[in-house]
Design a protein around this ligand. Structure first.
Ligand SMILES: [Zn+2]
Ligand SMILES: [Zn+2]
Length: 369
């Protein structure tokens, strides 16, 4: 009947997942699929809506019980409208998750009655993202003209009632029996006109200003996160509220690490003797280095987690881990002594001795004495 995917499968959680697990799973997906991070990607948007619908049902105990018993038709019978047609609705439904971070409010420019929203970017290093930082952002925005305080009229003059519509903003034409009301062409519906316009803004009441703002970025932000600064967008003018400023966080990748949410992964090269006999090796951390133990008999690809050396989790307690992946380095050059010992090693283990190779010939040629 329904070709919809299973909600648990969409969120990749067990059917027994508790509220916290569901929230975590949804948050992770929502961050990945967030429209701000996937502009003009209808597939990501569809998945974002799908995940949001799944979370909307499963995070509600009653809808979840109905879904568990009756499938997709269950919650619908209980008045569930079934999903989101508009991304903006997702943000308003889960404002607790998106909050002021992750493009809360639906992104730039969606609310009527408000001046335009602005967007700017800020670059962070991985360490800054991990520790949180206060940064200055610069952006240009339209502000109320200082010359006329937004009236658009030259000093000494003012705004006066539009003579064409007598302040109504609308003009009425009659066409036979029909009365057609249209926006007044003289005042463009404002009901007032300026006889001698302000020279600074040529009557618009608005000027461009360079603005700067200190922005406090919370520890643990990820690349593509968006901070919303309410009312810091374009100026409130003529009865409209000021717009919002959206600051998109860009985290410069650190070649030493691969980030996965709050966890960091790093590759640690080890030699064959270290892998076999065990050792202690240094691994880079965000702010220095730490020592980890290579256990005797370590296999290539084995991992060791350094608990708490990742990034802070943004909306939960705790800190992620640094996960070291051991990479076995096979030497591409051996001196004669090394080669002899390696052959002896194979022999001592009862292995057939490897045939003298190209490599053997190479080393004999390179031999010094
Ligand atoms: Zn002006
Ligand atoms: Zn008018």
């Amino acid at each position: 009947m329904s070709d919809k995917r299973d909600y648990y499968e969409i969120l990749a959680v067990a059917r027994t997942a508790d509220a916290a697990e569901l929230k975590r799973a949804y948050r992770k997906l929502a961050m990945e699929l967030h429209p701000d991070r996937n502009p003009d990607n209808p597939e990501a948007e569809a998945k974002f809506k799908e995940a949001s619908e799944a979370y909307q049902v499963l995070s509600d105990a009653e809808k979840r019980a109905l879904y568990d018993r009756f499938g997709h038709e269950g919650p619908r019978g209980a008045g569930f409208g079934g999903g989101f047609s508009n991304v903006g609705d997702v943000f308003s439904a889960f404002s607790d998750i998106f909050g002021d971070i992750f493009g809360g409010g639906g992104g730039p420019g969606r609310t009527a009655g408000r001046a335009a929203d602005l967007e700017t970017q800020i670059e962070l290093t991985l360490l800054e993202a991990a520790q949180g930082v206060t940064k200055e952002v610069r952006f240009s925005r339209r502000a109320v003209c200082h010359g006329c305080k937004g009236t658009g009229a030259a000093s000494g003059s003012g705004r006066e009632r539009c003579p064409q519509c007598r302040g109504r903003g609308q003009v009425v034409h009659s066409q036979g029996f029909l009365m057609i009301s249209t926006t007044c062409p003289m005042c463009r519906g404002e009901g007032e006109i300026v006889r001698s316009p302000c020279t600074a803004c040529t009557g618009s009441g608005i000027e461009m200003v360079e603005d700067q703002l200190e922005v406090t970025i919370p520890a643990g932000v990820d690349d593509g996160s968006t901070l919303r600064l309410s009312g810091r967008g374009e100026a409130a003018a003529r009865g409209r509220r000021a717009g919002n400023l959206y600051v998109v966080i860009r985290v410069t990748p650190d070649p030493r690490f691969e980030r996965d949410g709050a966890d960091l992964h790093t590759e640690v090269p080890i030699t064959f003797p270290q892998a076999v006999l065990g050792d202690k090796v240094k691994v880079p951390t965000l702010d220095g280095e730490t020592e980890i133990v290579v256990k005797p008999g370590t296999q290539p690809g084995e991992t060791v987690a350094v608990r708490g050396s990742g990034l802070p989790k943004l909306q939960e307690r705790g800190t992620g881990d640094l996960i070291a992946h051991f990479r076995l380095v096979v030497p591409s050059e051996l001196n004669r002594e090394q080669e002899q010992h390696l052959r002896a090693f194979a022999q001592a283990g009862g292995e057939p001795e490897p045939a003298p190779s190209e490599r053997g010939g190479f080393f004999r040629r390179k031999k010094k004495n």
